[in-house]
Design a protein around this ligand. Structure first.
Ligand code: EPZ
Length: 431
């Protein structure tokens, strides 16, 4: 397994190009299954999660063609997807266990073909990650669902029908799955307490471009009037707010200055508010955000993760790394996932002063210096927080299990190197 080696102490300066959003790309790729016609998706990030999902779609029978394309100043991927007739309606365990977002084939395949077999993803490092909302909503729309040998076996006789559905949690995944299912259902579906993340609005705009009738984007009530057929489209996905937020912290923690090209400040209101409270200057430009922490004191601030537009759980670990070297104490509360503090013991091995209270709150008392150590983590965002700690730690930090980072951060070492970090990938074969 590859490792990342970082020698801490460099101030980061320059431009970072923000890539297409992973968590938008995944449902949007699956939405192409809703039409017999080909669709082209632009601005896809070059990530292992996209590769994994493409393999699953190929197994279903999708013809995929890809090319690299210069878009908005940097190299991106464009793929076209065409599924005129699926060869399989099964999402096998081997695919789903590698990437749980494989469950986004559930809504499209069921609504279009009346049958799907999806391996249940089970829990992961950050929590139990249930699918009850996805399944009970589909049942309300007329699906018959059985769990057998670890698989969801879902069937519908004819078309799914519209329903009035209220989610008990504003789940991103369930909102995407039910939007896609309802787009081809008979009649009107209303989702109450839907997720409002920007990724949902992007999926809605793609579905509406395909001919769907969805109202209520950016609100918690979505109304979907089912249509009989959707057509192919060309869609460019939004940029990754979590990647942008992660590099914003890199600027802050190294007392540097980074211009985050293609970052959308509208999607980052809450993290920007927190950075400003910390004492960092954030300038919003038409096509970028400049995060300037040169000559400024970093002050501890409390963070409380919440559904959008609240502070994103996917930036909690990165901001905690920042609080580790900020003045005073910060309280970090994780409200979305029940086990998303796995980075804490590793940060503490680097000298951070953190006390965990229960499973949801941690008090971080800022220290003057972190010291380098070999560290590892169990999920994507936690791994990035260890890279951040490594950027300011004294000495050489090695972050193990780089495959987590490769799932969600495109060209991480290249982007960091270009702005002055002393960072290097050690390939397994080099050891
Ligand atoms: C998405 O996961 C993201 N993943 C996650 O990002 C992100 O942390 C999460 O949304 C919250 O923003 C992708 O988009 C691929 P949820 P998802 O369903 O959709 C509860 C990353 O690092 N819930 O919104 O799986 C659940 O337990 C990843 O990029 C149910 O109770 O999350 C949680 O408390 C990690 N029953 C809350 O809802 C359900 O059926 C939100 O989960 C579904 C969810």
């Amino acid at each position: 397994m590859d490792k990342i080696k970082i020698v801490g102490g460099n101030q980061l300066r320059g431009k970072v190009y923000i890539s297409g959003a992973k968590n938008t790309a995944l449902p949007i790729i699956c939405a192409t299954l809703l039409s017999d016609e080909p669709s082209t998706i632009r601005n896809l990030p070059i990530l292992s999660d996209i590769k994994s999902l493409n393999l699953l779609l190929e197994q279903i029978g999708t013809k995929i063609e890809g090319k690299q394309e210069e878009l908005n100043g940097h190299t991106t991927q464009t793929f076209s997807y065409h599924t005129p007739k699926p060869e399989s309606l099964v999402a096998p365990y081997d695919y789903v266990r590698k990437m749980r977002a494989s469950y986004y084939v559930l809504g499209p395949l069921l609504t279009k073909y009346g049958h799907v077999e999806l391996s249940l993803p089970g829990g992961c490092a950050i929590g139990a990650r249930p699918m009850d909302i996805h399944l009970s909503s589909l049942e309300q729309m007329g699906a018959e669902i059985e769990i057998k040998n670890g698989y969801v076996m879902a069937d519908v006789n004819g078309r799914l029908h519209g329903a009035n559905i209220t989610f008990h949690s504003a789940s991103v995944g369930a909102t995407c799955n039910i939007l896609m299912a309802a787009a081809l259902a008979e009649g009107v579906t209303v989702i109450e307490n839907a997720a409002k993340e920007p990724e949902i609005a992007d999926l809605i705009s793609m579905l509406n471009e395909m001919g769907a009738k969805i109202e209520g984007a950016n609100t918690s009530t979505l109304t979907i009037t089912g249509v009989e057929k959707l057509h192919g489209v060309t869609h460019e996905i939004i940029n990754d707010r979590i990647e942008a937020g992660s590099y914003a912290v890199a600027a802050a923690i190294t007392h540097g200055c980074l211009e985050l090209i293609n970052a959308n400040a509208e999607h980052l209101q809450s993290p920007i508010d927190i950075l400003r409270k910390v004492g960092v200057k954030v300038e919003i430009r038409p096509n970028s955000i400049v995060v300037d922490a040169r000559n400024c004191e970093l002050n501890g601030v409390d963070i409380y993760t919440d559904y959008y537009p609240g502070f994103p759980t996917d930036l909690q670990a990165q901001f905690m790394a920042l609080m580790c070297v900020a003045n005073g104490a910060s309280m970090v509360t994780e409200n979305i996932w029940e086990n998303r503090f796995m980075h804490i013991p590793e940060l503490m091995r680097m000298g951070a002063n953190i006390n965990v209270h229960g499973h949801a709150s941690a008090i971080v008392r800022g220290v003057k210096k972190l010291s380098a150590a070999p560290v590892m983590s169990t999920d994507l965002r936690a791994s990035f927080s260890l890279v951040l700690a490594g950027l300011v730690a004294e000495g050489e930090t090695t972050v193990n299990r780089v495959y987590h980072l490769d799932r969600g951060y495109e060209a991480l070492e290249e982007k960091f190197k270009a702005v002055g970090a002393n960072i290097e990938r050690i390939k397994e074969s080099d050891e």
